[in-house]
Design a protein around this ligand. Structure first.
Ligand code: CTP
Length: 397
């Protein structure tokens, strides 16, 4: 049991979802964790401290000082192995994002050295408000792990996003965090999606990649305990996993720079992005007006995979993708050599169930050692899990 003996602080703030804190505490205690609860004043109006004190088997803390006694927030912050703030109201999110320190919960947050998990809970419009989203982005930037909100009926009677994750999901997130998966302690670097090469302020050159396969790989690596860095080209897909750090990029040159920065500390590197091979030589400052003829001079982009291939050591494992329409086997083998990859994942555009946008894929793994392994038609999630299992079996321990 991965939570056995773990010291967890639960921070409860003023939201209707505070009633779920009782179950969260109960489940954590059942899983063997040691729990201390901090409540804000507003939270005590939604659920009684007595309930949470009884369930956590510890007095509930809420004031910075009580009857001439000072609550040592520094000690509390150092005591915890993890700090879970659930529910986190819009107001508390704002305080956390801005470093406010006007109650015990925010003081402990500022003093905590352990990982902090935040489960927001609020009404749909509050959740979507730009200021809330700005605070969420800010907290993500501060390495706080945001547990995604759910969609459904809200206390206001409205329907939409903003529900706090269920206690079972909160506990599962903490369990995953502490569990020693086969990739725990390892950094996995992945790029995904298309790139956009600007022609002028309104136009660009791109491709049909949706980023689905690369995002599935990032999710699978996170589930195995890895610290994941995902460099993601423009896509409409959302990545909401506290264990995946996403770096949004646009052009191939930006993707190149972001990837290169993380290469040295990554044990597994997967280049699944559909990087543009060419980019306009010059981006025109103002919109190009219509004329009878239009010519754009293109220059080659840098090959990210090939350049990583020149840098990797024997301790790192490098995976590339190949998307072909013909002569698949010959091209995949050629790419393996040309890019100095350990593995090339080949998918064929001739297969209607594989490639851009669809949820399924059918790939073959071309190993540097000469072996070829075909994975049957499967969902991109399953393909991602199998690719990672294959890499795990080959990576240096
Ligand atoms: N790739 C890259 N940087 C580029 C182009 C491609 O890192 N500028 C990577 C892709 O992420 C993929 C692999 O190279 O992992 C193969 O991409 P693909 O487009 O199939 O091949 P190319 O190398 O571009 O070669 P060709 O277009 O001749 O097939």
């Amino acid at each position: 049991m991965s939570l056995k003996g773990k010291k967890i602080i639960i921070g409860v703030t003023g939201s209707i979802a505070a009633y779920k804190a009782a179950n969260t505490v109960r489940l954590l205690i059942k899983a063997g964790a040691e729990v201390k609860v901090i409540m804000t004043d507003a939270a005590t109006r939604f659920i009684t401290p007595l309930t949470l004190a009884t369930l956590s088997k510890n007095p509930v803390l809420s004031a910075l000082s009580e009857e001439q006694q000072w609550s040592n927030h520094v000690e509390l912050g150092l005591w915890a192995d993890a700090f879970l703030i659930a529910p986190a109201s819009a107001n508390s999110l704002s305080k956390l994002a801005n470093g406010s320190c006007d109650n015990l919960l925010t003081a402990v947050y500022l003093s905590a050295r352990c990982p902090v998990f935040v489960a927001p809970a609020m009404d749909v419009d509050m959740w979507h408000h730009p200021s809330t989203q700005r605070n969420i982005d800010c907290l993500k930037g501060d390495k706080v792990k945001i547990i995604p909100v759910g969609t459904g009926e809200l206390a206001s009677g409205l329907n939409g996003e903003g529900r706090m994750a269920e206690p079972e999901q909160l506990v599962d997130t903490l369990e995953k965090h502490f569990s020693k998966g086969p990739l725990s302690g390892k950094q996995v670097l992945i790029n995904a999606g298309p790139t956009q090469e600007a022609i002028d302020p309104v136009r660009y050159i791109s491709n049909h990649s949706s980023g689905k396969m690369g995002i599935a790989l990032a999710e699978a690596a996170a589930a195995l305990g890895a610290k994941v860095k995902l460099v993601l080209g423009p896509t409409s897909l959302k990545v909401d996993n506290p264990n995946i750090e996403v770096f949004y990029v646009c052009a191939a040159a930006e993707m190149y720079a972001a990837m290169m920065k993380f290469v040295p500390k990554s044990q597994l590197i997967i280049c699944s992005a559909a990087v543009a091979d060419f980019t306009p030589k010059k981006v025109v400052d103002s919109k190009i007006k219509k004329s009878d003829k239009m010519e754009i001079e293109l220059v080659k982009t840098k090959d990210i995979l090939a350049d990583i291939g020149k840098k990797v050591t024997a301790k790192q494992y490098l995976v590339g993708f190949a998307l072909e329409t013909n002569d698949e086997v010959a091209y995949a083998k050629e790419k393996l050599k040309k890019k100095n990859a350990n593995l090339i994942v080949m998918n064929s555009l001739r297969n209607p169930n594989a490639g851009f946008g669809v949820d399924t894929n059918e790939v073959s793994l071309f190993d540097k050692n000469g072996s070829i392994t075909s994975l049957g038609l499967k969902s991109k999630t399953e393909i991602a899990q199998e690719i990672l299992q294959y890499c795990l079996s080959k990576m240096s321990k």
